[in-house]
Design a protein around this ligand. Structure first.
Ligand code: GTP
Ligand code: MG
Length: 201
């Protein structure tokens, strides 16, 4: 079964995307497997709304370890299972808390082994340095993914006017990637993401 890793900066909308995309694919509930950086596994059953209440939020680094769901996407006349794995957000700074540092290391390790990278960018916060091509974590993820030819960028939060304006700038700055505008909050742009998953599963 192929694994699709959802990665990006903290607060970019990875967890909300993961849960609303599961709902978009028809799930009313989610069995989420949490894998701590030390390898300890825990599986919990949630309603989607309950999972969003518990696992998403404006607090930076709400997610501190990988959490996976097994989903199905229609391909032709069959449905193919894949693993969608939400991760701890990554950034340039060395974080003060050990749990976050370990979570980020776990994300980077997962990136190396995953089959496909779904890179979420908060388009409302697409900074000039990110767009100008200076070294930063978004560009590192992009270059890594492009080199492996198994990558899409989701320009998220396009329900916000500032984000909508930045989509064209992101597309130009990350011109080798497919950049899909989405709103994880309103499940917008998800049909295109589903088509991409179906094509790579
Ligand atoms: N307006 C808007 N807000 C969003 C969207 N996606 C996420 N958010 C908000 O952004 C905040 C962070 O969302 P999360 O899904 O928890 O972000 P994350 O990337 O998982 O964050 P960490 O786990 O901290 O790395 C929440 O308050 C969400 O409601 C979106 O498409 N539009
Ligand atoms: Mg999260």
């Amino acid at each position: 079964m192929k694994e699709f890793a959802v990665v990006g900066r903290p607060n970019s909308g990875k967890t909300l995307f993961t849960l609303n995309f599961a709902a978009f694919l028809g799930c009313k509930t989610a069995d989420i497997t949490f894998r701590a950086p030390d390898g300890l596994l825990d599986c919990r059953h949630f309603g989607i709304a309950e999972a969003k209440r518990e696992l998403c939020g404006p607090m930076i680094h709400k997610t501190r370890a990988v959490q996976s769901l097994v989903l199905k996407v229609p391909v032709g006349k069959t449905a193919v299972s894949f693993k969608l794995t939400d991760t701890c957000g990554v950034s340039e700074q060395i974080h003060g808390e050990e749990a976050v540092r370990r979570g980020m290391a776990q994300t980077l390790s997962l990136l190396r082994g995953t089959d496909f990278i779904i890179h979420i960018v908060d388009a409302a916060l697409a900074t000039d340095s990110c767009l100008a091509g200076e070294a930063n974590i978004d560009r590192e993820i992009y270059q890594f993914g492009i080199a492996r030819n198994r990558y899409i960028m989701l320009a998220n939060k396009t329900d916000l006017p500032a984000a909508r304006e930045n989509v064209a700038r992101l597309t130009a700055a990350f011109h080798q990637a497919t950049v899909l505008p989405v709103s994880a909050l309103y499940s917008k742009g998800f049909a295109e993401v589903k088509a991409c998953v179906a094509g790579n599963v």
